[in-house]
Design a binder for this molecule. Structure first.
Ligand code: NCD
Length: 326
């Protein structure tokens, strides 16, 4: 395992662009530390360009199909904004009930249709493994924007970019994940991605019925990363460098009574955060539904709104990489 700190300003490997041209982005398992460094470097350039000129013509003439079978605000609109800031355009399919999906069309057929019109497909779908099925059907690159409880790789990439921007490192961090670790795909991807770094410790704080899946914990353990599980935040908070808060995923519960038992289990507010370090970051993929009090929003440690903005630059970088213009 390399121990050098990641520095987004270092020059990147020469053939990194070629590595990603035409590729699907399905899982964080595809990303090495070098790949991350490359993504962060390009994201930095994208940020500079957005600040200087707003919109530019890197992907002029390219079309993105944004296919969402589940609700989304940030992921969908940030991919749209990313494509448009790069001069490309977007076919938005947010309401699949108004598309041929409602007539019973299969996912592979819908994908084959969209790739006739678009150069890249961004897919969010309720079933784990759906992005891989779509990628198999498509010749054009497919980007996984969340496959059920599986993965959300672009979120984990923007989460790690956020940690770099906020704390300046990805090594030697204690990251505490809080809330719905069973159904939350963002934490499944983030735990896997962070497990490549050295000196990482992962704490999982959740109600018993929402613990981190064994499959993810086994993969993280295989990388030699220490993990600890807690039912309450008290013990884990003082040592935490990144507190990653998640929403209880109501829509994934088989029994609504179970949801009622665990909703509102944790609430982060200024009082709770008194026990935390002064230099640390509180993150959340959003939307929040009560697990972070708005009273905490003005605290400098509250990074969740900045995290959304970083997502734009990371998604611009990913689109440019797979379309060969990074
Ligand atoms: C997350 C998701 O869809 O998994 N949202 C997002 O993409 N920012 C988290 C959630 O819905 O709770």
């Amino acid at each position: 395992m390399p121990t050098q700190p990641l520095n987004p300003h270092l020059p990147f490997g020469e053939n990194k662009q070629a590595d990603w041209y035409g590729k699907d982005i399905l899982s964080v398992k595809q990303f090495s530390r070098d790949d991350l460094q490359y993504v962060f470097g390009v994201a930095h350039e994208m940020r500079g360009m957005v600040e200087r000129v707003g919109t530019f013509d890197l992907l002029k003439g390219k079309i993105l199909a944004n296919l969402f079978y589940e609700p989304s605000t940030r992921t969908s609109s940030s991919f749209t904004a990313a494509m448009e800031r790069l001069g490309g355009s977007v076919i938005p399919i947010n309401e699949v009930k108004y598309s041929s999906v409602s007539k019973g069309e299969s996912l592979p057929d819908t994908i084959r249709t969209l790739e006739c019109y678009a150069d890249v497909i961004v897919l969010r779908h309720p079933e784990t493994g759906s992005a891989a099925i779509a990628a198999k059907a498509a010749k054009k690159p497919v980007i996984n924007a969340g496959d059920g409880v599986g993965e959300h790789p672009t979120q984990a990439l923007l989460d790690t970019f956020t940690i770099m921007e906020e704390l300046g490192r990805l090594d030697n961090l204690t990251v505490t994940m809080l809330g719905d670790l069973k159904y939350g795909r963002t934490v499944h991807s983030l735990a896997r991605l962070l497990s490549q770094f050295s000196g990482i410790k992962l704490n999982y704080v959740s109600p018993d019925i929402l613990r981190m899946p064994k499959e993810v914990m086994d993969e993280v353990a295989a990388k030699g990363v220490p993990q600890a599980e807690f039912a309450s935040l008290e013990k884990a908070l003082p040592e935490t460098d990144v507190l990653y808060v998640t929403r209880v995923q109501k829509e994934r519960f088989e029994d609504p009574a179970d949801y009622e038992k665990v909703k509102g289990a944790y609430v982060i507010d200024p009082k709770v955060m008194k026990a935390a370090k002064q230099e640390m970051a509180v993150m959340h993929p959003l939307p929040r539904v009560g697990e972070i009090s708005p009273d905490f929003d003005d605290d400098p440690r509250a990074a969740y709104f900045r995290q959304m903005e970083y997502g734009l630059y990371v998604r611009m970088a990913l689109l440019a990489m797979v379309l060969g213009k990074a």
